[in-house]
Structure formats: C-alpha cells, structure tokens
Design a protein around this ligand. Sequence first.
Ligand code: NAG
Ligand code: NAG
Ligand code: NAG
Ligand code: NAG
Ligand code: NAG
Ligand code: NAG
Ligand code: NAG
Ligand code: NAG
Ligand code: NAG
Ligand code: NAG
Length: 299
Amino acid sequence: MVVHHSKAKQLLTVLLAATLFIATSTQPVSLSNCQETCGSVTIPFPFGTTKGCSLDSTFLISCNQTSSNPSPFLLQTNITILNISLNGELRVEWPVASDCYAERNKRLNQTFQELNLTTPFHISSSRNKLTAVSCDTLGILGGFDSEGRNYTAACLALCNGLDDVANGSCSGAGCCETSIPRGFSSVTYVSQTVFNHTGVVDFNPCGYAFLVEDGGYHFSSTDLIKLEKMEYPVVLAWAVGNQTCLEAKKEVSNSSYACKAENSECYDSPEGPGYFCNCSYGFRGNPYLIHGCLGNKYF
Ligand SMILES: *[C@@H]1O[C@H](CO)[C@@H](O)[C@H](O)[C@H]1NC(C)=O
Ligand SMILES: *[C@@H]1O[C@H](CO)[C@@H](O)[C@H](O)[C@H]1NC(C)=O
Ligand SMILES: *[C@@H]1O[C@H](CO)[C@@H](O)[C@H](O)[C@H]1NC(C)=O
Ligand SMILES: *[C@@H]1O[C@H](CO)[C@@H](O)[C@H](O)[C@H]1NC(C)=O
Ligand SMILES: *[C@@H]1O[C@H](CO)[C@@H](O)[C@H](O)[C@H]1NC(C)=O
Ligand SMILES: *[C@@H]1O[C@H](CO)[C@@H](O)[C@H](O)[C@H]1NC(C)=O
Ligand SMILES: *[C@@H]1O[C@H](CO)[C@@H](O)[C@H](O)[C@H]1NC(C)=O
Ligand SMILES: *[C@@H]1O[C@H](CO)[C@@H](O)[C@H](O)[C@H]1NC(C)=O
Ligand SMILES: *[C@@H]1O[C@H](CO)[C@@H](O)[C@H](O)[C@H]1NC(C)=O
Ligand SMILES: *[C@@H]1O[C@H](CO)[C@@H](O)[C@H](O)[C@H]1NC(C)=O
C-alpha cells in the first residue's frame, strides 16, 4: 500500500511536470529561430533583434551582446529598454534634469534632458507624470507630437525648510507632479529656479525635474539634498502601423493586418495612430503570431 501510494505520488509529479512543460513549450513568444531574450528582458514578436525576426524595421531592437550583462536598446539610440509588454507598452529609463546652485544667485550648472522617439513609440500620457523635486523650482516639459504640434506641461515645487515637506507626499511642498499631454513623440524637460535658491540653498542646492512612470517615484526629504544622475522608468506606448483597427481589417490584402492569432482582438492605440492586438478573453499568449493565443486550459 505504502509503495503504491508513493508510486502514485511519483506519477502525479511526473504528470504535473509534463503539463507544465507542455504549457511553457507551446506558448510562443517570438518567431521560430529568433532570439527570445536579451539579458533578462523578453523580446516578444512584433519586436525582434534581427531583420526577419521583427514585424518591420521599426520594431527592431539592438541587443548589446558584447557586454557581460546584455541589455536591449531602442534601435540607434542609447535608450535602455527595461521590459516590453504585449499590451502596447514598453518601459525605458531616462535621467533627471538638474539646476544647481553654489550659493544664492550663483548657478553651478543646469542640465536639460531630451527624449526623442521615432515610430511606433509615444510617451504614454496616462502612465507617466512630470515630477519636480526642490524647494525652489518650476519643472517644465515641452514636446512635439508625431504631427509636429507642440505642447507644454509644468509644475511648481516650493518650500521654506525640511520641516515643510512630508515623505511620500508630492503635492507642491518640496515635490510636485503633473500629467502630460497625449501623443508626445519627443520631449525636453528642465528644472528652472524661481527665486535663485534664496534661503534654501543650504538644504536644497539643486532643483530636479524628471519624467517617471505613475507610482514609480516616492518623494523623500533626503532627495532635496541629492538626486543627481538618477534615472527613472518611463512608459512608452507602441502601436502597429498608422491605421485604425477598422481600416486595417478592411485592407484589400489583409496580409498586413497584424493580429494574426485566432481568438485575438484589435484595439486602437490611445496615444497616436495605429493599433495593438490582444488575445480574446479566456486566451493568453502572443496575438501577433499565428496560433499565438492559447486557451487558459494550457496555463
Ligand atoms: C556594449 O557594451 C560594451 C561593454 O559594456 C560597451 O563598451 C559598448 O559601448 C556597448 N555598445 C553599445 C552599442 O552600446
Ligand atoms: C545618449 O547619447 C547622447 C549622445 O550620444 C548623450 O548626449 C546623452 O547624454 C545620452 N543619454 C543617456 C541617457 O545616456
Ligand atoms: C516589467 O517590469 C515591471 C517592474 O519591474 C514588472 O512589474 C512587470 O511585471 C514587468 N513586465 C513584464 C512583462 O516583464
Ligand atoms: C553640477 O556641479 C556640481 C558641483 O561641481 C557637481 O557635483 C554635479 O555633478 C554637477 N551636475 C551636473 C549635472 O553636471
Ligand atoms: C532630439 O530632437 C531634436 C529636434 O529634432 C534635436 O535637435 C536633438 O538633437 C535631438 N536630441 C537627441 C538627444 O537625439
Ligand atoms: C509651438 O507652436 C506655436 C504655434 O503653432 C509656435 O508659434 C511656436 O513657435 C512653437 N514652439 C516651438 C518651440 O516650436
Ligand atoms: C524621510 O525619510 C528619510 C529616510 O528615508 C528620513 O531620513 C527623513 O528624515 C524623512 N523626512 C521626513 C520629513 O519625515
Ligand atoms: C536671480 O539671479 C539673477 C542673476 O544672478 C538676477 O538677475 C535675478 O534678478 C535674480 N532673481 C531673483 C528672483 O532673485
Ligand atoms: C502610413 O504608413 C505607410 C507605411 O508605413 C506609409 O506609406 C503611409 O504614408 C502612412 N500614411 C500616413 C497617413 O501617415
Ligand atoms: C487583454 O486581455 C487580457 C486577458 O483577457 C486582459 O486582462 C487585458 O485587460 C486585455 N487588455 C486590453 C488592453 O484590453
């Protein structure tokens, strides 16, 4: 009896392992014979690291294999990719802009930051905030959408002393944040002093401004002393082509329609032209691949 019991247990373990193996081995991520990861980042189709592995040249990603810790970049830029999500989002990281004073009225240096994106990327307006940290700064962000129209966003951070601010609170005292307009493909941001750091330079020599994923920054009073050379995650929206779902489905040759999997659905991009695909309710996987969406029983 005891022997049988353990045999049954063994068999069950083997069966479970086999099921798990099937589930993972049949879940497609990339086209066959294509690189599925770069370092710790998964590269799902329509993205790819070589021609023929991506949907088109705009979805090509470079992977620095020479480094001991390989990491992916947006093609021909030094924009590091943190991860790629199939629901039309991609996370990168970008540095803070700073404005530093040696003493009242005496500026040491001021840096601005520029983030230039190309098709098919936009800076997600719903997932990021312009944030400024200082006792005396106006965080200003200006940018262009893919049609060349320009917009700005700004917020003001002030305080008289470290007692004025509260950790975790970013509503104007030492820290401010604001939403950004929809559809930016390139932005420039800067931290600009208002009162030349008069009266605050001892505990707050610099002002900082940065773009950060909503919820990706928690203010601490210690950041008023130093936030130099930090980088924060920024969420980019990506989409396929420049048509709506309706237009793409209507194409005479439907072969360009990117939602290849049965049981997939099409969504218009919320940030600009184009669309993205999703597996239908009850299915998971990669909707851009033929047979890419599998029923939940496989998971
Ligand atoms: C790749 O990584 C190596 C080592 O970290 C570095 O020297 C090189 O500049 C990187 N190349 C690119 C294109 O980023
Ligand atoms: C990217 O490269 C440009 C020029 O090569 C440089 O000015 C900029 O500081 C770099 N940005 C980052 C985030 O490394
Ligand atoms: C991307 O990174 C974030 C934060 O590190 C993590 O929560 C999320 O699960 C990651 N998503 C994917 C698809 O890897
Ligand atoms: C500004 O100057 C200070 C003091 O020399 C230095 O520590 C800091 O790194 C500089 N900041 C930038 C962004 O160059
Ligand atoms: C960003 O685009 C602007 C305008 O096209 C250009 O002047 C600037 O050099 C670009 N910056 C970077 C870092 O590529
Ligand atoms: C922004 O757009 C306005 C009106 O279209 C134009 O007058 C202005 O020069 C633009 N600003 C920049 C920085 O291109
Ligand atoms: C905020 O937290 C830091 C430690 O993370 C602490 O040193 C600092 O005193 C706190 N500031 C306030 C205003 O509570
Ligand atoms: C800030 O400093 C500049 C030059 O150092 C000066 O022209 C300006 O009046 C000062 N502004 C304030 C508000 O003190
Ligand atoms: C849409 O994209 C196609 C292919 O990339 C291009 O030929 C066409 O000019 C674009 N149309 C518009 C309105 O941007
Ligand atoms: C995509 O499908 C998944 C699973 O059904 C769902 O959780 C997710 O909200 C969908 N995304 C969008 C943008 O509809």
